[in-house]
Design a protein around this ligand. Structure first.
Ligand SMILES: NC(=O)c1ccc[n+]([C@@H]2O[C@H](COP(=O)([O-])OP(=O)(O)OC[C@H]3O[C@@H](n4cnc5c(N)ncnc54)[C@H](OP(=O)(O)O)[C@@H]3O)[C@@H](O)[C@H]2O)c1
Length: 431
């Protein structure tokens, strides 16, 4: 790509947009000297031009008309930090069609319409920067898109969930007060569903699957389960068994079949992902030819995300290209029922003789091998009308998901079990 001046139009001036505007103010002149091209922020389109802003800018920079960016021939680079699928996707496609480079932090657009956006960028021959949309891991895009032999990858892609889970562990508190604290600190949105129900992680995994395997994957294709049902009891039991609970995005590609899933996992305590604290993100990649690799990133937030966008601006100023698969294929996703994994099950059982035999019989009938059973004394044991209830944790050997789901149904129907059975997959394959 030929080096050219970078004249920027930006959609959005919220958390990320104000960070980008601030960094361009602070470092623009320095970058111009370093790369010998002028870098200018010409226009910012927002919803409401009269809204008070965290950053002082010349009022003439702001507009509420998208055509002030899209129809401006001088603007050759569009930064999209407004969020949501529409109208963001339409603006992104229009910008690419009008031969503008696009830098986006919008994982929702790429997870829903990634294939279309990538195709348009290829057709127009323009730069499409999206490292800010995949948690800002430095070099991950280059590493994944240039790989030819990735077998599998697993990672923590949502800082809010990792913050909540590590705080639950550290302060021995349930999720609710921690979530409230995360909202007060600005780590979690008022409606936290996108984060804690796993959708944000699924969006990022979809983009990474396109890059790593060249497969068209959307968020709807991915089995997604969040952390909403994880309790302090689970966190404590997991710690006793030398695990941590983490929300992972996991994908593997084998025999032309793709497996992609998002759910909480028990991860061995000495694993890198297990050791990531707070809002930190991380990914492990297993590449048949290049070996194993791991990357960590500081997670979301104004400056980490704005810095990821600055890296893409620098790439454009240097005339670098970004690589992504030119042929994106649709291949069938492995169904969740076909998964084989070890499992953690927590249930409340009556404290009387014969209960363990009834539970063991359910596992036997469903061809599941019990590895260990843990019973923990609690200060305030629960009770139902038949007697005292004890929390039991059962770890089962690698089993078929469809068998374990059947077993959970059978366990919940037993008269010696009270309430729902919690099920968490155990991820032992990580290194
Ligand atoms: N926040 C993070 O840490 C983070 C990290 C990684 C990626 N991202 C992604 O970055 C994007 C922006 O996130 P954010 O946290 O900066 O969002 P935000 O604080 O809510 O800001 C959104 C901005 O977009 C503008 N906007 C929204 N809809 C618009 C429309 N239809 N037309 C014109 N302008 C519109 C808003 O204008 P007004 O100000 O006038 O309302 C606001 O300035 C999202 O895609 C998000 O997923 C965010």
């Amino acid at each position: 790509m030929k080096t050219e001046n970078v004249t920027i139009g930006m959609f959005g001036l919220g958390t990320v947009g104000s960070g980008v505007a601030e960094l361009l103010n602070r470092q623009g002149a320095e970058l111009e000297k370093k790369y010998g091209v002028a870098i200018k922020l010409k226009r910012i389109v927002v919803r409401n031009v009269n809204k008070p802003r965290l950053i002082q800018l010349e009022p003439k920079l702001l507009s509420d008309n998208p055509n002030d960016i899209l129809n401006d021939k001088e603007i050759n680079t569009v930064i999209e930090v407004m969020g949501g699928v529409e109208p963001a996707c339409t603006y992104t496609l229009r910008a690419l069609k009008q031969n503008k480079n696009v830098i986006t932090a919008n994982k929702a657009v790429l997870a829903v319409k990634g294939t279309e956006v990538f195709r348009q960028a290829i057709k127009s021959g323009r730069y499409l920067g999206f490292r800010a949309a995949v948690t800002g891991f430095q070099d991950i895009i280059e590493r994944l898109s240039s790989a030819i032999s990735i077998n599998n990858m697993a990672g923590i892609f949502n800082g809010t969930c990792n913050y909540i889970l590590t705080q639950m562990q550290e302060h021995q508190q349930e999720m609710e007060p921690i979530l409230k604290q995360a909202q007060d600190l600005g780590y979690a949105e008022e409606d936290p569903s996108l984060d804690i129900d796993g959708y944000d992680t699924a969006d990022k995994l979809a983009i990474l699957c396109i890059l790593a395997f060249g497969c068209a994957v959307t968020r709807e294709d991915i089995f997604t389960e969040g952390i909403r049902n994880i309790t302090l009891e689970d966190i404590k039991f997991a710690a006793n068994l030398n695990y941590r609970i983490k929300l992972l995005g996991i994908a593997s590609y084998e025999n032309n079949r793709l497996e992609a899933r998002v759910h909480p996992c028990l991860v061995p305590r000495n694993n890198l992902l297990s050791r990531l604290e707070g809002v930190e993100n991380g990914i492990q990649i297993n590449d048949e030819l290049r070996g194993k690799g791991a990357f960590t990133a500081p997670g979301a937030g104004k400056y980490p995300t704005a810095c990821a966008i600055m890296s893409d601006i620098i790439n454009i100023a240097r005339g670098s290209q970004i690589y992504f698969p030119h042929k994106i294929k649709r291949i069938p996703l492995k169904s969740m029922a076909a998964l084989e994994s070890a499992y953690y099950l927590r249930l409340n059982a009556l404290n009387e003789s014969g209960v363990l035999e009834k539970i063991a019989a359910v596992f036997r009938r469903n061809d599941i091998n019990i590895m260990s059973v843990l019973q923990q004394k609690t200060a305030r044991p629960k009770q139902n009308k038949r007697g005292l209830l004890v929390p039991l944790v059962i770890i089962v050997d690698k089993s078929k998901e469809k068998n374990i789901q059947k077993a959970v149904g059978h366990l919940q129907a037993l008269d010696v079990i009270e309430g729902a059975v919690s099920l968490i997959r155990v991820e032992e394959r990580l290194w």
